[in-house]
Write a protein that binds this ligand. Structure first.
Ligand SMILES: *Cc1c(COP(=O)(O)O)cnc(C)c1O
Length: 358
């Protein structure tokens, strides 16, 4: 990269540029961004086509969607905050809670966006290694809280490794968290979780934990990644602070309409989610049979712990027309996509199994 002609904050200049999952060529399956492989429902397309007053700004707080979600969670409208993707809300919460000298705590490896949150807020990222099975080590996370911690992120199911945090462990964790410390429960993949013991943000909120904010998104299960709609549910004062640092009018009318239409068509969409979860479980079984130690996959993706072989393993998938996400030195994440991609995934995975010399 060329040097900037103006003075950039050094920690920002040092940030790696955002790396999107590669776009797939015509013949390839794009399995690198945890997107939903199903095309939009006709009713959702129609809702977007009706939202064509593009010359007007959208209604700032997405009030109809907000009311609809508030009703579902049994909270007041001001306990819901809509934004252009739940990633935006992560950034808003980091900026609203944390500054220089403050700490943002999360498990690692987890969502790639988390380390950057701390940098952009001028705060310090504190990471706790994942448990051996790929989930969070909540005991170690609780022990890592200091009086400078301002935000703790718990990701369940964890992207990119897959396991959930259980309700029991999450509840126990909360008893060890100071009541004035923000806990963000990032549930971007919650709809895909089939583990009956998984934490459920709605139950956590119903039990009354005002320091917990639950994040969900329409990008994954509802298949609206391209329209950018995510939301937070939690204490109105926390969400108001998040809104204060957010860029106004980022959620488009088309996005709001699509989200509302998706809630109307929820039965049909969740049927697809169930199909993806079944496809995932069958794939995990076959990958394990091929010799891969795949962690419990509860999102719409599976994790191959390829370690130092990651680049080579990802290249083998790439060559077979399967675009996957490589985390060099760590592993490969493969999204659950089209049914037709499954046999090729298994074939490549077997050809580069840990027992095979590359
Ligand atoms: C995909 C994802 C999100 C949300 O993405 P948006 O499209 O911004 O709503 C949030 N958290 C995690 C862990 C994700 O993987």
């Amino acid at each position: 990269m060329t040097e900037s002609p103006v003075r950039i904050r050094p920690e920002i200049a040092a940030l790696p540029a955002y790396k999107q999952g590669k776009q797939a060529g015509a013949e390839a399956f794009k399995l690198s961004s945890n997107e939903n492989p199903y095309p939009p429902l006709p009713s959702v397309v129609a809702a977007v086509q009706n939202a064509i007053a593009f010359n007007r700004y959208p209604d700032a707080s997405s009030p109809r969607l907000r009311a609809r979600l508030a009703e579902r969670f049994g909270v007041s409208d001001d306990a819901v905050h809509i934004a252009a993707g739940s990633v935006s809300i992560l950034f808003q919460l980091a900026q609203a809670t944390s500054g220089p000298g403050d700490e943002i705590l999360f498990s690692w490896r987890s969502f790639e966006a988390y380390p950057g949150l701390a940098v952009i807020a001028g705060a310090t990222a504190v990471t706790v290694p994942n448990a051996a099975a790929g989930g969070h080590d909540l005991d170690a996370m609780a022990a890592a809280i200091t009086d400078r911690t301002r935000m703790v992120i718990v990701c369940s199911p964890n992207n990119p490794t897959g396991p959930v945090v259980t309700q029991e462990r999450f509840d126990a964790f909360l008893t060890r968290v100071p009541s004035d410390l923000l806990v963000v429960l990032d549930e971007a993949y919650v709809e895909f979780a089939t583990d009956p013991d998984a934490v459920d943000g709605a139950s956590v909120l119903a039990a009354g934990h005002p320091n917990v904010v639950v994040l969900r998104t329409f990008s994954k299960a509802y298949g609206l990644a391209g329209l950018r709609v995510g939301y937070a549910v939690g204490d109105p004062a926390i969400l108001s602070a998040a809104r204060s640092v957010g860029i106004p009018l980022s959620v488009t009318a088309a996005g709001e309409e699509a989200a509302l239409a998706s809630l109307d068509a929820e039965d049909e969409l969740l049927e697809r989610v169930r199909d993806i979860a079944l496809r995932r479980d069958a794939l995990v079984e076959r990958l394990r049979a091929a010799g891969w130690d795949v962690p419990n996959a509860q999102g719409n993706f599976v994790w191959l712990p390829a370690g130092e072989r990651t680049i080579d393993v990802a290249a083998a998938f790439d060559e077979a027309g399967l675009i996957v996400r490589a985390f060099p030195g760590s592993g490969v994440r493969i999204s659950i996509g089209e049914h037709e991609s499954i046999d090729p995934i298994v074939a490549v995975a077997a050809s580069v199994a840990p027992s095979v010399a590359l």
